[in-house]
Structure formats: C-alpha cells, structure tokens
Design a protein around this ligand. Structure first.
Ligand SMILES: [Mg+2]
Length: 243
C-alpha cells in the first residue's frame, strides 16, 4: 500500500532492544547537495552511529547507493556495517551479491557526459549521470541509458533524484538487507529502514513485509508507513532512540 505525505505518520520510538536499523545516507543522514561530492557531513555523525550501533548490539547498517570507498571517506569514524553500490557490496562481509565488470559502461557514460555537459559520477560498480544542471536532458539520458543496458545486459538502470545510474542487474538494497538479516547481529530483530529516494522503495517495503517498518524521509509517494521531513528530523529521532 502506498502512502502520501498526508497519510504517513510519525515513527514510533526506536527500540534498540528489538530493532535492526538500516540507514540510507544521502538525503537521509545528510542533506543532498548540488554535486554529490559537496555534501556536508556532521563531524560527529560517525561517532554517533557507532554509539547507536553499540546500543543496538551491532544491528545497524548504513545502506547507500554510493560505493564503499566513497562512503567510508564521508564516514571515517564509523566502524559498523556498511553496504554500498545499491546493495552490490558490503564492507568486510561476503553476501553473495551480483557483480559485473563496469569498465565498458563507464567509458560509454563518461563519453556521453562529456558530449552532453552532464556530471558523470564514476562508482566502483558502474556510475551515475547527474542532470541537476540540465533537467531538460532527462528524456535523452533515459533513452541513452536504455540503449546502453540493451548492449550490456549485466547492468540495469536505476533512476534516482536528478540522476540515472547503472548498477549490476539484480543488486538492490532490499536484497542486501535480506542477506544481512541472516547474520547473528541482525537475526530475529524487527527491520527498520530509513530512506528518501526511489532507490529506497523496495527496501522500505521489505522492512514492512518483515514485520518492521519503513520511514520515508522527505516528500513523495512511498511504501513506508511512517515519515520524517528530512535529515535533521532523522538525526533527532535517532538521538531519542539512543538513550
Ligand atoms: Mg538517499
């Protein structure tokens, strides 16, 4: 069942004794910036996540579309579970996730971006074309991406906020979370997922289907029952759960 801004309710208090916490990064823990490398990360965010993870007995994961190396640079202090590349890689864990060699699609994306004056964000699993500065180019980029995955079927297109991304076919945050949920730290806990983007919707739905709940961050239709307005409210909600 889909919810709207009007029908979503405030989330219950986080219960670290029974919840497993899955947190998207961009747009959820930090505000979106005009360029993906221009985000402002609160200096204590990593330490706060470590404290919260300890309070939840290790049942906390950051689950991002960014690749692990980039994510780790933004959260240098965080030492908990980190899933990157839309669920294609997990730090320090072997989760049997889909892989594909991205060299050929990265070359094609880079060339198209240069020709079209778009920002190309290379990621270890593929890459994203951002069109925030050229919104009128959306349809043309979508057509290019569709053509590219037809030639490289090991990849699929992931639409995101003012971006289209290629990721290994079958990689997804909900699939990675299902794998994480079998690990001892997460098993038997109620999954709670927080995310802001279309890429998060399957994960928000998955958390609800597993007896937990999703929290949609920001506006828009969602599979989540609960909502929070933005990263500031998310950090406040997490702080209340920590005590
Ligand atoms: Mg996000």
């Amino acid at each position: 069942m889909q919810t709207s801004d009007a029908t979503r309710t405030a989330p219950p208090a986080l219960d670290c004794n029974r919840d497993a916490l899955f947190l998207d990064f961009d747009g959820t823990l930090v505000e979106i910036a005009p360029r993906p490398d221009a985000i402002l990360v609160p200096p204590d965010l990593g330490a706060r996540l470590n404290r919260l993870g300890a309070a939840c007995n290790g049942a906390l994961a950051v689950v991002s579309g960014r690749d692990l190396a980039t994510l780790a640079q933004f959260l240098p202090e965080f030492d908990g579970v980190m899933v990157g590349s839309h669920g294609a890689e997990a730090r320090g864990l072997t989760l049997d996730l889909p892989q594909a060699d991205p060299a050929a699609v990265q070359a094609a994306l880079g060339a198209f971006a240069a020709q079209q004056s778009l920002l190309f964000e290379e990621k270890s699993h593929g890459g994203a074309l951002h069109y925030r500065t050229r919104p009128e180019a959306a349809a043309e980029i979508a057509a290019f991406m569709a053509d590219l995955v037809a030639k490289h079927p090991a990849f699929e297109v992931q639409p995101a906020k003012m971006a289209f991304e290629l990721r290994p076919r079958g990689a997804s945050k909900d699939r990675a979370m299902a794998a994480l949920a079998r690990l001892p730290a997460f098993a038997g806990r109620r999954p709670v997922y927080l995310g802001d983007d279309t890429t998060d919707e399957p994960a928000l739905a998955w958390a609800g289907a597993q007896g937990g709940y999703g929290i949609k961050v920001g506006p828009g239709e969602s599979a989540a029952r609960h909502g929070l307005a933005g990263p500031a409210e998310v950090l406040q909600w997490l702080a209340e759960g920590e005590v």
